[in-house]
Design a protein around this ligand. Sequence first.
Ligand code: SF4
Length: 364
Amino acid sequence: MNFELDAVFIEEDCRTSALADRVVKGLPDSVPVGYVADGREVSRAQASGADPFGAGKRRMVVMRRRRPFLMACPAASSEFACCGLLVLTLASNCPMDCSYCFLQEYVADNPAFQVYANYAEAFDELERMASKAPGRHFRVGTGELADSLAFDRLTGISRDLIEYFARRENLLLELKTKTDEIDNLFAVDPRGRTLVSWTLSPQAVFSSSEHRTAPPTVRIRSARRVADAGYKVGFHLDPIIAYPEAERDYVALLDELFDTLAPERISFISMGGLRMPPTLRGVARRRFPNDPMLAGEDVLSPDGRYRTFTPLRLRIYRTISERIRAAAPALLHYLCMERPSVSAAVLGVTPPSPAALGERLGRC
Ligand code: SF4
């Protein structure tokens, strides 16, 4: 995969940064590079047109992050069983365009692909956090507000990250992606401290909803390659979308996964149903009016999100969980952004606390 850009903007303060240097050297000659005083102005000035969010995916801004890099997962809530993931925001937005993506709402006022040149400051934040909690293990992901690897060919950030985490016994890096942009990973030894995860969907969801992503088969084959190179691997079945053949297709997807990668080599599989706040649902249906995956029956849940009708949602979760258990009874799988009662109904056990699950995943 190789994502095209219409333009790159670099903040004057970041002109001599290593990241700006790599980006400029890696760009094709056809992509213009401009210099600006404040990268935030690029987003604001160009937030117009028929689809400013879609256009923003083709404009990269190399800039300084002015807020902390490390934060709790934005999906975390005391209402839900939670996996305790910590999020490191090294970039914001994504060149791919999934019809259900929450970024359509979350960064709606910021339609450009921001990459932060001062990302090494994130290592200081990690040091401070780890020193305050000696003995604890943390899983730290970069794939919440951006795909972790989509532009890695250009930015080369993965190398610095993997090398940093390789020296930290109590921190596990998670790189989450829907791409096959894995070439840079083979140049570094992760020493067991980096996990690469893929979000997986059946072919029908990929074809109708996951624009510019790698096909599911390619993602699975990429996972096998990085596992063979010494990386841990995990998978996210999220969002799980209810459509007439969903149960059959999710089982077939797992069959393909386990045929390619022995389940014992998989660290975890998370599951989460399609959920959309009303604003996101409106934006998504407006941007992708012909996507049948957005047109299923859903109900407004007490948490303010539209979700698949609960009995149907639970039935699909159970079918998937049974297939995972049949392949590997010990393979850790859990639900994301669901109430503990839903987790218990599907998995048969009360979910552990976020800290306990976070510790287990940080050690995986
Ligand atoms: S790959 Fe992830 S971040 Fe990118 S558009 Fe799809 S859902 Fe959003």
